[in-house]
Design a protein around this ligand. Structure first.
Ligand code: SF4
Length: 350
C-alpha cells in the first residue's frame, strides 16, 4: 500500500501507531471497515471524535497511567531487580533495554530486537520492537513488556497496574491483558519463523505481573493464551485487505483534523462502520458511531442483530411485529417470532 495514500487520508498530523490494544480491538470487530482504514492511516480517532462533536471518555485515567508508570519503573529499577525476583529469573541473566538507546528509529530498534532474539543467549529484553501483518499492512508493535529467555523458551511478560486482590482480579481487565499478550506471542512467533527458528519456542503461557492486594508489591501469574491465539489468528485472516478498502474510497477523501466538522462527517460516511455495543469499550469513535446507528437493530447488540437477520431497523421490527408491514421471504421466520413475542407481551400486560 502506498504510504502517500495513507498520509493523504490522515492529513498533516502525526500517525498514531497500532499497538496490541488496537489490534485486539480491530480483531474484536473484524467487519468494521471504518476502524480498519482509520487505524491503517494512523488517524488520531480521539481527536477525530472531538472534531465531529462526539468526544468520549476513552482510555486510562491520569491516575491509572501514573500508577502504572510508577509500578513499571519500580519493577525495572536496578537492572530489573524486583522483576527478576518476582519472575524467579537468575540475577546472572543479562538485561537489554532497547528503549533506552538514543537511536530510536523503528527499523533500527526492530533490527536490534531481531539480533537479540536470534541469539540463543538472549535474556531479559525490555522494549523490544516487533512486527505483525495486519490486513496486508506490516505494523510495528512496541510492547510494554519484557520477553525473556527462560530455560530455552521465550515468554511474554505483561506488566499491568490493576490489582490482584486475594488472588482475584477484574475479569474484563485480565481478559483484555490476555488478548494483548496473545498479540505479542503471535508477533514473536512470526519473527522466529522468519528467522528459521521453531515458533513453538515462544510459550503459550504468558506472565502477568500486577500489584498485589492494596500495595504496589508485585505478584506474577501465568495465563494460558492458546484460546486467544486461535481467535486472533482466525480474526486476522478474516480482516479484509485494507488496501482494497482504501482503493474503493473516493479520490481526495481525507481526515485532516483541520477540516470543518461537516467535511469530516461526510468523509466518515464513505467508510462502512459495523457498530456493536462492545465498541463503547474498545473504540474511540464509539459515541459517534452509536449516534449514527441509532434506530438500527445493530445498536441492540450482536445477538439481537443475528436473531433479526435481514431486518435493519427498529421501526421495521415494530411494523413486522404488529403486522402493519408484510415480511419479505427471508424475514418471514423472524417476523413470525416477533408477532408471537408481541402477542405474549400483550397477554402478559393485559
Ligand atoms: S465505534 Fe465505529 S469505527 Fe469503531 S469499531 Fe465500532 S463501528 Fe467501527
Amino acid at each position: 500500500m502506498q504510504s502517500t495514500r495513507l498520509d493523504q487520508l490522515r492529513g498533516p498530523g502525526r500517525a498514531k501507531r497500532h499497538n496490541a490494544r488496537t489490534i485486539a480491538a480491530l480483531t474484536g470487530n473484524p467487519g468494521c471497515a471504518r476502524r480498519a482504514v482509520l487505524d491503517a492511516a494512523g488517524v488520531d480517532k480521539v481527536k477525530l471524535a472531538e472534531r465531529v462533536g462526539f468526544p468520549g471518555s476513552f482510555g486510562q485515567s491520569r491516575f491509572a497511567l501514573s500508577r502504572g508508570n510508577a509500578f513499571e519503573a519500580m519493577l525495572k529499577a536496578d537492572d530489573c531487580a524486583l522483576l527478576r525476583s518476582v519472575l524467579g529469573a537468575a540475577s546472572s541473566l543479562s538485561y537489554q533495554d532497547l528503549g533506552a538507546d538514543s537511536d530510536d528509529t523503528l527499523g533500527n530498534r526492530h533490527d536490534r530486537t531481531v539480533e537479540l532474539l536470534a541469539d540463543a543467549r538472549a535474556a531479559l529484553i525490555d522494549h523490544p520492537l516487533l512486527t505483525l501483518d495486519v490486513a496486508g499492512q506490516t505494523v510495528y508493535l512496541e510492547p510494554d513488556l519484557i520477553a525473556y529467555a527462560h530455560r530455552g523458551r521465550l515468554q511474554v511478560v505483561e506488566i499491568k497496574s490493576f490489582a490482584i486482590v486475594d488472588g482475584q482480579a477484574d475479569s474484563a481487565k485480565v481478559s483484555a491483558a490476555a488478548v494483548q499478550a496473545a498479540v505479542y506471542v503471535l508477533a514473536l512467533r512470526s519473527l522466529l519463523e522468519r528467522l528459521g527458528q521453531d515458533p513453538s519456542l515462544v510459550d503459550h503461557e504468558v506472565v502477568l505481573v500486577c500489584p498485589e492486594n492494596f500495595s504496589l508489591s508485585p505478584v506474577a501469574v501465568k495465563l494460558d493464551v492458546r484460546k486467544q491465539l486461535s481467535t486472533l489468528r482466525r480474526q486476522l485472516s478474516r480482516l479484509a485487505s485494507v488496501a482494497s478498502l482504501i482503493d474503493a474510497l473516493p479520490e481526495g477523501i481525507t481526515f485532516d483534523l483541520a477540516l470543518p466538522a461537516e467535511e469530516l462527517t461526510v468523509a466518515l460516511g464513505h467508510i462502512e462502520p459495523r457498530y456493536a455495543p462492545e465498541c463503547l469499550s474498545t473504540c474511540e469513535l464509539s459515541v459517534y458511531c452509536r449516534n449514527e446507528a441509532a434506530g438500527s437493530t445493530a445498536v441492540l447488540g450482536r445477538p439481537v442483530r443475528e436473531a433479526l437477520g435481514g431486518i435493519e431497523t427498529v421501526d421495521e421490527v415494530l411494523a413486522l411485529a404488529d403486522g402493519s408491514r408484510s415480511p419479505t421471504e427471508e424475514q418471514a421466520e423472524a417476523a413470525a417470532l416477533l408477532r408471537a413475542a408481541l402477542r405474549l407481551r400483550s397477554e402478559a400486560l393485559s
